[in-house]
Design a protein around this ligand. Structure first.
Ligand code: NOJ
Length: 740
């Protein structure tokens, strides 16, 4: 692990067969003209000054001067056709006129925001996810942005961690598929297209496994677990040609990811043969000092570059230390050439050497502001991300002709909050955001009335608005409550130890329920929350996440039945914080709990059920789906055969609807123990009421492979359970044997 892997991408100088220089040749030629400081300059990234997404060491005048001297390779948080042009002009004053790369956190949409990423994952709709990133890339590139710091492909099993909102949840297979869809969407027809942005697989690696769900905390896990659960989305991203990687703040088994030779040199740039570049996370090179891994900035720079970090985001350590380290012979200049070469390669691929201003275009920017087509898609995507958790007595969908509806709760008239965390606040914003109130009002019939009461604030103990809310509820035929956590209570540095409704919201809900009015509860959150009282006592519950620019319309489409919800949970929802970490693909243990009453000397809590409140993959519909018996092509397979699995799903209810059919397997015995279930496939299908559809899956030995403790990746002969169903708990099972 200690060994430094040199992976030089620099080709020999020369001319290719078509008489044109290849990118490798151009990079090599340019590097040969550059001074050491200029090469290191390419490896430096600063944040713009208007707003920062991390603790900034601002000295704007000095940064501008450094750009002119060719000592900066990239800026983040600089956006807009005019602003990017202004910065690019400074870079064009430098000796070699190397253009800047502009990076930005385009996480769930740009001008048009879409549901927070965990909500998008709940759609299980890969085509829509890809399209949302296509739109985000089109909008962002029109604002001069070249590079998004997305997708976040961290697997997370701990809802206390605030950044679960930015990922795809707990499952490696689902997370990998979604990550790939996002990369395809961002990078479109490929780097160099005017509407493509470079994607960034982050945070490499295991950031989602922070101990206790506390952001930036340590990660301690076996290399087998790391390789099996946390790394596959990254490996798939590398294979799919993601332009960049970002490493993570955490240490992995005592070595900060930023300097981690095992993951960055041995795996990423070694075995996976990755040719893009790796940017550090914000300040993470410098943070190796407080980590206790390096004694000072000099050592931090040395370890970071040896460990494979190509670009320094805001640590301001590379420029200060790397030239010295090279001159003293402590760092081989080939490491600097390799890192700078990787970065320059992307600038050539983006076409920035042909025209550094090609993305800074006011006309395109205008077209991509408040773009009606993008909004239309956002509305649809929002409604597809909603998960129906409960619908007792089929209260939903509501009739548009209900005489009086009351909307109650602190989020009802919010606008900006609907963006969710990780959206950019635009100074001169003319992008409309549809509040929940407006969305519902727009769809209610002419003779109906929509009342509103805030009821309480998001997160304090003030009950002074309760009385008005109760009076409002009393006047209504149906009450829609909108509760949850603030949009800024999940996201970076937003870990929570208590993941219930914040403040006095649950007390408000109880008061409203006492009125006896039918209540529909909409939950706004960036993570799974715990809401046992509501789950037991409120007849209809939708999980809305944060839905973006068109939130109100998306919500109303579901409430009034224009859209039949089909979302499914991408994370297990715990009953209490004491169950965390909780995930469906756990091991069986030597003493599995058989049920929730037998707790004696089994792996259980004496005071708590083992199963989640709502399982992974769960979500209802306004209609009913019935599964036929599944049919397997064989129950005894050999070698490289393929197992065909089919099941017919019938829509036996009253509405057309979508269902996510899920395929799981269990490897019954192995040289290391295997999870009780592993998702291996899913299909989202639309079935008209009264109709049926046959769904086919295939499995090959590739799907049976796992890592052993020596990190061999293979499958073993044995018995396997094949499971198909509507969520991770509600499945039908057939057993097969498969021999090598
Ligand atoms: C820190 C976050 O961890 C990372 O995801 C983000 O891209 C950077 N800040 C830049 O804002």
């Amino acid at each position: 692990m200690k060994k430094v892997y040199f992976l030089l991408t620099i080709a020999a100088l020369g001319i290719n067969v078509h008489g044109q220089k290849t990118v490798d040749q151009k990079v090599a030629e340019l590097l040969s003209k550059m001074t050491l400081e200029e090469k290191v300059g390419q490896m430096v990234q600063y944040s713009g000054f208007e707003y920062a997404t991390g603790p900034q060491q601002s000295n704007s005048a000095a940064v501008l001067e450094e750009i002119k001297k060719g000592k900066v390779g990239s800026m983040l948080n600089v956006a807009g056709a005019d602003e990017t042009r202004a910065f690019q002009k400074l870079a064009q004053q430098s000796r070699l006129k190397i253009p800047l790369l502009f990076g930005q956190d385009v996480i769930h949409g740009y001008r048009t925001t879409f549901p927070v990423n965990l909500g998008q994952a709940a759609s299980w709709d890969l085509a829509m996810i890809e399209k949302s990133e296509r739109i985000a890339a089109t909008e962002a590139s029109a604002y001069g942005i070249h590079w998004t710091f997305a997708p976040m492909v961290d697997i997370a099993r701990d809802p206390r961690w605030g950044r679960v909102m930015e990922g795809s949840g707990e499952d490696t297979y689902l997370g990998t598929q979604i990550g790939l869809a996002r990369i395809k969407g961002f990078q479109g027809k490929g780097l160099g297209s005017l509407d493509a942005v470079m994607a960034c697989a982050k945070h490499f690696a295991a950031y989602g496994a922070a101990v206790g769900g506390r952001d930036y905390n340590s990660v301690d896990m076996s290399l087998r677990q790391l390789n099996e659960t946390y790394l596959p989305p990254f490996k798939a991203a590398a294979e799919a040609g993601v332009a960049t990687f970002m490493n993570s703040f955490n240490d992995i088994n005592g070595i900060p990811a930023t300097a981690n030779q095992y993951i960055q040199r041995e795996l990423l740039k070694g075995k996976w043969n990755y040719k893009g570049f790796v940017v550090s996370d914000w300040g993470s090179i410098g943070e190796m000092i407080p980590h206790g891994y390096t004694k000072d900035a000099n050592e931090a720079a040395e370890k970071a570059i040896s460990g494979g970090s190509d670009m320094d985001m805001e640590s301001r350590v590379y420029m200060a230390e790397l030239p010295k380290l090279v001159k003293e012979g402590k760092i081989d200049v080939r490491l600097v050439d390799d890192a700078a070469g990787r970065i320059l390669t992307k600038k050539f691929e983006m076409g920035l050497f042909d025209d550094p201003y090609r993305f800074s275009n006011e006309k395109r920017q205008k077209e991509q502001t408040d773009n009606p087509e993008n909004r239309k898609f956002g509305r649809e995507f929002g409604s597809k991300s909603i998960v129906l958790l409960k619908n007792k007595g089929n209260i939903l969908p509501l009739s548009k002709n209900v005489k009086t509806v009351a909307l109650i709760g602190p989020f009802g008239k919010e606008t900006v909050a609907n963006h969710g965390f990780w959206s950019i606040a635009f100074k001169d914003d003319n992008q409309r955001i549809i509040s929940q109130f407006d969305g519902i009002k727009n769809q209610l019939g002419k003779n109906s009335t929509l009342l509103y009461a805030k009821g309480c604030n998001v997160d304090d103990q003030d009950k002074s608005m309760f009385a008005e809310a109760v009076e409002t509820a009393k006047k209504a035929d149906v009450v829609i409550m909108t509760l949850g956590e603030g949009h800024d209570m999940s996201g970076e540095a937003k870990s929570r130890s208590n993941i219930g409704f914040s403040g006095v919201q649950e007390d408000l809900l109880k008061e409203i329920a006492k009125t006896g009015k039918p209540v529909v509860l909409m939950i706004n959150a960036g993570r799974p929350l715990i809401f046992n009282w509501a789950a037991e006592n409120i007849p209809a519950i939708t999980y809305n996440w944060w839905l973006g620019t068109e939130a109100g319309n998306s919500i109303a489409d579901v409430l009034f039945g224009a859209v039949n919800p089909g979302g499914k949970l991408p994370m297990s929802f715990p009953r209490t914080e004491g169950q965390i970490p909780i995930y469906y693909n756990h091991y069986n243990t030597g003493r599995p709990a058989k049920n929730n009453t037998d707790r004696n000397y089994v792996s259980a809590y004496i005071d708590l059920d083992n199963d989640p409140k709502f399982p992974f993959g769960y979500g209802l519909s306004y209609t009913d789906f019935k599964y036929s018996d599944m049919v397997l092509s064989s129950t005894s397979l050999k070698g490289n055969q393929t197992l065909n699995i089919s099941v017919t799903v019938s829509n036996t209810g009253k509405y057309d609807g979508e269902e996510v059919v899920q395929l799981y397997i269990r490897d019954l015995f192995g040289k290391v123990v295997r999870p009780v279930k592993e998702l291996k496939g899913f299909q989202k299908i639309f079935i008209k009421k009264g109709e049926s559809k046959k769904v086919d899956f295939k499995l090959t030995p590739e799907d049976l492979k796992f890592f052993d403790n020596d990190l061999n990746y293979d499958w073993e002969s044995g018995e396997f359970d094949i499971m198909v169903g509507t969520n991770s708990q509600d499945v039908q099972t057939k057993r097969i044997s498969w021999t090598k």
